[in-house]
Each structure stands twice: as C-alpha cells, then as structure tokens.
Design a binder for this molecule. Sequence first.
Ligand SMILES: [Mn+2]
Length: 318
Amino acid sequence: MWFGQSLLYNTFMRTFTDIQRRCKDAKQVIIVPHLHPDGDALGAAFGLQAMLQSTMTSHVKVVGEHSDTSRWMGSFERVVDSEWAQSVVIVVDTAKQELLIHPKAIEGNPVILIDHHPVESVFYDHGIINESATSTCEILATLAERESLSLDPKTANLLLFGILSDTTILQHPYTSKTTMKAIGYLLDEGATYKVLVNQLTKREFKTTKALFQASEAIQVTENGLAYWIIDYATIKKNNFEFSDLFSILRSIEEASIIVLLVQLDDECVLHAQSDQYDLQKLLTPFGGGGHKFASKVRSASLAPLLQVIESLDQFLIK
Ligand SMILES: [Mn+2]
C-alpha cells in the first residue's frame, strides 16, 4: 500500500472480474484472514483461493492457522518477508488492521479487502465491502453468482460453511433474501446443506451436557436483557463454539437484547445482538463498534462492561 496516498488511491471494486483483473498479472496472490480465523474467514480464504485458481495461472497462497475442526477446509502456505511487497494481498473478513494474521500483509501491491464489517482503518487500496451482508462468504457467493461462475462442490461447501457459521445457521439478524439467494446458488453448485448443518450443530454428548450446565449462569432481567458472563477458559476446556452460546441466548423468548461477555486473560469482550435495537448506537459511548444489530465492546477489565450491561438494561426500561 502507498502510505499517505491511501485515501486518494482507494477505490471500490464491484465484481469478481474486478478482483481477477487485479490479480491477473501478479506473480503471486496471498489471501490473509484475521487472527483466530473463524468459519467465515477460512471459508472465504480457501473459497476465494479456489475461485481464483480455477481462472488464472498465478499461484494463490492462503496464510493462517487451523483450529481442531478446520483442517478439512484447506492448507496454509509459508510466506517469507520479501514476498509480501511482490504479491497481490487479499484480506478477508476483517476491517481492523490490528487483527490481520500477518502484519506485513499491508505491504501487498496492491492490498484488497473483501469484508462485511464496518470500515475502520483504511489499510487497503481497493475494497469490496458490504456491511449488510451476513458474512464474507455471502459476498463472495453473490459475486460468483452474478457472473454465473461454476464452482466445484468443495468450494461451494467452503462458502456455505462460512455463511452458516457466521449466521448461526441463518439466525443472525442480517440474514436476508440475498443470503438465501447465495445459498440457492451454492446448492446448485453442489454444496451439501445438511452435512454442514450437522457439522455445525452436532456435539459430543459431554459437550452438550457441559453447555447446559454452563448456561445456568445466564441472567434474564425483567426488562428483557439476557446476559451470559463466561470465562474463555471454560469455553476452551469444554470445546464450546461461540455459535453454541449464541444459539442458547437467542432461544430466550423474553430477551430483546442478548449479551455474551467473554473474560479472557488480558481483556474482556462484550458481544451484543438484537433484532430490533441499534446496538452500534447504544454501544458507541462505551467505545463499542460493529454492526447495527450485532456489536461489541472490548475492555481490559470486567467492571466497565458490567456498566454496559447495566446501561443496556436501563435502555430497555424506556
Ligand atoms: Mn465474518
């Protein structure tokens, strides 16, 4: 990226052909997800790798790290420091520079961002950003569908997996007709909906039991705020997925705002979701950000986030 000129040179791309055109003459393309990549980040990274590789000859690498359950999605490759500046870098699923899985990603020539999060720091030269999409995989599937790209079943599954995991199987408030259309296209291209749903929902019985035990900690106020304060150590120890925790919170009929507050070693993160209230607006005074209906606040300690919970509850009284 050309520092100091970034805003001037920043342009929005619109189509998959635009991306292809940018990659066509590149020596190499490197796809970069965010730190601790989730199903959407990896689905988008490996899905895009396959989409590009089927249409061009330059090598497309994905960098990152696997979790216990993500190995089926693809293989990562090493990138030495000198490669970054000589490659087209495509960042997927994060608009935050500090969350890039590799700091040198911003040296890409150019850097392209494909994302569904609100724009933060402009570390990229070109962006395909759609804040009303449920997921980066939905954006990619929609781009592919518009150009009637033919995908192999594995690629269709990677993209569908990203959509299903970011929406907790279509429960997310941003799930729309566009999401459904993208899914229809992916099914036409050979994606296997039921297999992926099973993969995302089936748990070892001991995990299910632990999940229900842990959910005893959920509090629901009389104003309709459901909140769950949980240690990251508990999540790790029991192999809980974030989507499992959100599923339980979303199933509470009395709740019009749900909050998951995760305590890590060095920080606490409060995730709030609602189908009706503008959480981005409600959380901005606390340094929060994200989407209108799905927003988060980070803090070094618990106390300020307990205040956020208190204030959300107060808001619901009105
Ligand atoms: Mn995502």
